[in-house]
Design a protein around this ligand. Structure first.
Ligand SMILES: O=C(O)C(=O)C[C@H](O)[C@H](O)CO
Length: 292
């Protein structure tokens, strides 16, 4: 498998307490697509993550950390003219990005030419990349074009990050267009509501009728998978104590994709997604440190 997208250095208070008063911090990699890759590698699926980082200590650190998770980082570009992006978690108060002009945001469509798209079973991208810059927006199209030409399926996680878009309307149109081009789409019911006014998983199915495989996640309620013309299959989420949920969607996607690539039935795919997501919910890091 191949995942493509920006990863930043993630600063997290060592215990889940407000940033303003925290005294100890972790520096971990944080990026939706590399999060998916780290979980996939932990599960035993062979996976590469492609992106760009600054030719700086933080960039080298995060690439090493992702490599240590078992992910192939051979397609990560070092950009000497830009910095590695940064993002900070403030438990209870959301996240803050320091990523404008980052190395990854300077990736161009030609980057797709260098990627081993024709050699993998699945390419995974997300709706964060088109929001980073016009060149990254074009890069997503180039990846989809190359995958289509090679007959390689694409999985797309909508991952609506409102802070990165000029308006909800701009995000809604672009993310729907990209979802329509993918073979497998992950979307949260909350984001589908904000973007497209969907109120139920079936509403989302009606909005994206041509997507071959659609997975609608509804947080602590559960997730529903629609395959082809079949009715939706729903599997409830596990009841767990929540420490911090950022990264849970990526963990879910990895569990689901790992099961799908092994030919598991839809309910088993969803169960595998939930099993993976709970690992992240119980931890402040995007990808729990030391998971294997
Ligand atoms: O929000 C982003 O752009 C990130 O990639 C940071 C986090 O890792 C991501 O949101 C988790 O899904």
């Amino acid at each position: 498998m191949l995942t493509v997208g920006e990863t930043m250095v993630l600063v997290t208070p060592a215990v889940a307490e407000p940033l303003e008063s925290a005294t100890a911090f972790h520096l971990d990699p944080g990026g939706a697509e590399s999060n998916v890759a780290c979980h996939l590698a932990a599960l035993g699926t062979s996976v590469a993550w492609a992106s760009a980082v600054g030719d700086d200590a933080l960039g080298r650190r995060l690439v090493r950390q992702i490599t240590d998770h078992g992910v192939d980082t051979a397609w990560v570009r070092r950009d000497a003219a830009a910095q590695t992006g940064l993002y900070v978690k403030d438990p209870g108060n959301g996240v803050r990005y320091y990523r404008a002009g980052s190395a990854a945001s300077r990736l161009e469509p030609s980057f797709a030419d260098d990627l081993p798209i024709a050699d993998v079973r699945l390419v995974h991208v997300s709706g964060i990349t088109p929001a980073l810059s016009t060149s990254c927006d074009a890069l997503v199209d180039a990846i989809l074009d190359r995958a289509a030409a090679a007959g390689v399926p694409v999985s797309f996680d909508v991952n609506h990050r409102a802070q990165l878009w000029p308006s909800t309307d701009a995000a809604a149109g672009r993310l729907a267009a990209l979802a329509a081009r993918a073979d497998l789409v992950f979307v949260g019911l909350d984001e589908a509501q904000v973007l497209w006014g969907a109120k139920t998983p079936d509403d989302v199915r009606r909005l994206l009728p041509d997507v071959r495989e659609l997975v609608v996640k509804d947080g602590a309620v559960g997730a529903t998978a629609y395959l082809g013309d079949a009715e939706g299959v729903h599997v409830p989420a596990f009841v767990v104590d929540v420490v911090e949920v950022v990264g849970a969607g990526d963990a879910f996607a990895a569990g689901y994709l790992h099961a799908m690539l092994r030919g598991a039935a839809p309910d088993e795919r969803l169960l595998a997604g939930h099993e993976r997501a709970v690992l992240t919910i119980a931890d402040t890091a995007d990808v729990p440190r030391g998971i294997r």
